[in-house]
Write a protein that binds this ligand. Structure first.
Ligand SMILES: Nc1ncnc2c1ncn2[C@@H]1O[C@H](COP(=O)(O)OP(=O)(O)O)[C@@H](O)[C@H]1O
Ligand SMILES: [Mg+2]
Length: 300
């Protein structure tokens, strides 16, 4: 990250594809190997001294790994403290989002800035689009972004409502075993984006890697029952509980924390009647499609 802490705001990034500081925002910006590498400082045009940064790491993945493992040579606690770089609160921001981070949420603040980010890698391909690992350019926060891409010229009211319901439900629920929504945007555009805490993988990945065992089994059961209890209390049906939609984060004690994700099929109990979900995991009463009002039991 580049932090412009000068009183006169006399630092700027150059180069053709740079993502510069934005007026009104904190003057922090992510430096990557393909943009924002040209920096100018001083003078009225912020270019009295102009230099180019060459990153010693090759890929974004390396940068993320370096941040995560704190192998940053500028942040070695054994160093002379006078040599420490100024960090303020950015160290927290640079850490990946573990479990819910409600404090980070910028939801509901009218006129808030558009999230600016760079995608690092694809994590999963969904019904409407792609989930990618991404870095927030303005804060350095590593997160997951789900891009719901419109296929036609406009969203059908049903599609739009479904995506809106998914976003609003995730935003409304704060629970340690339910995926944390950081922000969303793009309601007027062809691509609606959800920003979520980044998880290490899904229960399906664990099963496919043949790493599922009794210990993980009892943990996932405990965590999912807690998540479903919270949803039932809030009169929400998830309707698509399955290994692909249960994400995990490895804890420092080599344990697994599971979170329920993908609220694409969720509905309030007062109106859930239709047959929705994934066939192999559907409760019999959902499959029946008899039009009766469904209860939270369909998720357990
Ligand atoms: N926050 C996240 N962190 C890490 N991986 C994620 C995250 N959200 C989704 N994924 C990955 O992307 C896949 C698809 O996301 P999901 O929300 O389930 O989309 P869909 O509605 O299309 O099923 C998941 O199965 C998971 O592998
Ligand atoms: Mg899914």
């Amino acid at each position: 990250m580049l932090h412009d802490q000068s009183a006169t705001k006399c630092t700027q990034v150059y180069s053709s594809n740079s993502q510069s500081f934005q007026n009104g925002r904190d003057r922090n910006i992510v430096i990557r190997n393909d943009f924002n590498t040209e920096i100018g400082m001083g003078g009225t045009n912020c270019d009295k001294i102009r230099f180019e940064i060459k990153l010693l790491v090759e890929t974004d993945e390396d940068i993320v790994d370096m941040i995560k493992s704190q192998k940053d040579p500028l942040f070695n606690p054994a160093d002379d403290p006078r040599e420490f770089r100024t960090l303020h609160d950015t160290r927290d921001a640079l850490m990946p989002t573990a479990l819910p981070s409600r404090g980070m949420s910028r939801m509901g603040s009218p006129g808030f800035f558009k999230m600016r980010y760079v995608k690092v890698k694809v994590l999963g391909v969904g019904t409407y689009g792609v989930v990618s690992k991404a870095i927030d350019i303005d804060t350095g926060v590593i997160m997951a972004v789900k891009s719901n891409q419109r296929r036609g010229l406009s969203w059908s009211p049903q599609e739009y409502q479904k995506i809106r319901r998914e976003a609003e439900t995730m935003q409304k629920i704060a629970h340690e075993h339910i995926i944390d929504m950081i922000n969303y945007q793009g309601w007027e555009d062809s691509c609606i984006e959800f920003f979520m805490g980044l998880k290490d993988g899904s229960l399906a990945d664990i099963i496919n890697a043949n790493e599922f065992d009794d210990k993980k089994g009892s943990r996932v059961l405990e965590h999912m029952l807690a998540a479903l209890d919270c949803l039932a209390w809030n009169k929400i049906l998830h309707r698509d509980v399955k290994p692909q939609n249960i994400l995990y984060t490895r804890t420092p004690e080599s344990n697994y924390d599971f979170q329920l994700a993908d609220f694409g099929e969720c509905k309030m109990t007062s109106s859930a009647r239709s047959c929705k979900g994934t066939l192999a995991y559907m409760a019999p009463e959902v499959l029946d499609n008899s039009g009766v009002l469904l209860t939270p039991k369909v998720d357990t």
